[in-house]
Design a protein around this ligand. Structure first.
Ligand SMILES: Nc1ncnc2[nH]cnc12
Ligand SMILES: [Zn+2]
Length: 330
């Protein structure tokens, strides 16, 4: 059995497997610019974040109805459960859907139907993180946040994703302030392709509690010292970093250096349908490539629960389960 873990950096739209994309395209009468599943899979070669985002947004067009979003989440939860995920905090990109005429209620109700059954059906507790597309305006983000108000009981936090360079966190300071007023927690992608200064901005201006990716923090000693001192978690995504060419190979990934520096790193899958595997595969293949010890793998799993937005009691229950797993496999 795989090590129990939480997944904290997972875009639900990035779990759209080619087979499901074709099924939904057919169900909804949407034409795809690919002749077959194999042809689509062959297009999963990326030069950088933008080349991935172009396909990611294009393929989302097959998601039209509540049932489509339910099916998408259900498939993810099934795969995640098989890889030891016990808790998932799931990103979604409402603007990528509302821009196509799919209302936010369709997205949230559809995902919600799967998440409501998740504990009973998959043994996975869940949270939803509403992400703003940083290449759109702050006004659009604010409108999106206001439109989500009827669903706040379903939403744990806000996040910031999409094309990073040229779209610094400072652009969204007022949006995050409003999200805090609404009682939401906060995370943001920073330091994936963008500079270390974006990580500083995410901390100081957006007041985020976790940094998504954060790779480029390593270029700034003072920033690393702060992240260590304040125990700010980083949701690291090794397969993603290699596929989007932020890192040359898994063996070159800085995850071990991050752990050695005392950073609270976690391992996650980002967009697993596009990047070659789900979180369990990210963990085992990265551990093998970097020669991570059993203790380091335990630390990564422990960090994932500690970095989550779970209430203390539930978190402690998962940590006890992790310790029982570690004792049984020692
Ligand atoms: N890795 C990533 N970075 C930024 N935006 C994203 N949206 C989906 N995956 C993303
Ligand atoms: Zn991401």
């Amino acid at each position: 059995m795989s090590i129990p873990k939480a997944e904290l950096h997972l875009h639900i739209e990035g779990t759209l497997e080619p087979e499901l994309a074709f099924r939904l395209a057919e169900r909804n009468g949407v034409a795809l610019p690919f002749g077959s599943v194999d042809e689509l899979r062959a297009a999963y070669r990326f030069d950088d974040l933008q080349s991935f985002l172009d396909l990611y947004y294009r393929l989302m067009d097959v998601l039209r109805t509540e049932q489509d979003f339910t099916d998408l989440a259900e498939e993810y939860l099934t795969r995640a459960a098989a890889q030891g995920v016990r808790h998932a905090e799931i990103f979604f990109d409402p603007q990528a859907h509302t821009a196509r005429g799919v209302p936010i209620e369709t997205v949230i109700n559809g995902l919600g139907a799967a998440l409501d059954r998740s504990e009973a059906a998959h043994g996975i507790s869940t949270g939803l993180i509403l992400c703003f597309l940083r290449d759109l305006s702050a006004g659009s983000a604010l409108d999106t946040l206001e439109s989500a108000k009827p669903y706040l009981d379903r939403i744990t936090a806000v996040g910031l994703d999409s094309a990073e360079v040229g779209n610094p966190p400072s652009k969204f300071t007022a949006v995050y302030e409003r999200a805090r007023e609404l009682g939401l927690r906060a995370v943001a992608h920073a330091g994936e392709e963008g500079p270390a200064s974006y990580v500083w901005e995410a901390l100081d201006l957006l007041k985020v509690e976790r940094i998504d990716h954060g790779l480029r923090c390593l270029e700034d000693e003072e920033l690393v010292a702060r992240l260590v001192r304040e125990r700010i978690p980083l949701t690291v995504c090794p397969f993603s970093n290699v596929r989007l060419r932020c890192v040359d190979t898994l063996a070159d990934h800085p995850l071990r250096r991050m752990l050695d520096a005392g950073l609270v790193a976690t391992v996650n899958s980002d967009d697993p349908a596009y990047f070659g595997g789900y979180v369990g595969q990210n963990l085992t293949e990265t551990a093998a490539a970097l020669g991570l010890t059993a203790q380091q793998q335990y630390t990564l799993a422990r960090n994932s629960f500690e970095a989550s937005f779970l209430d203390r009691q539930t978190r402690d229950r998962y940590l006890a389960e992790l310790d029982a797993w570690a004792a049984a496999s020692a």
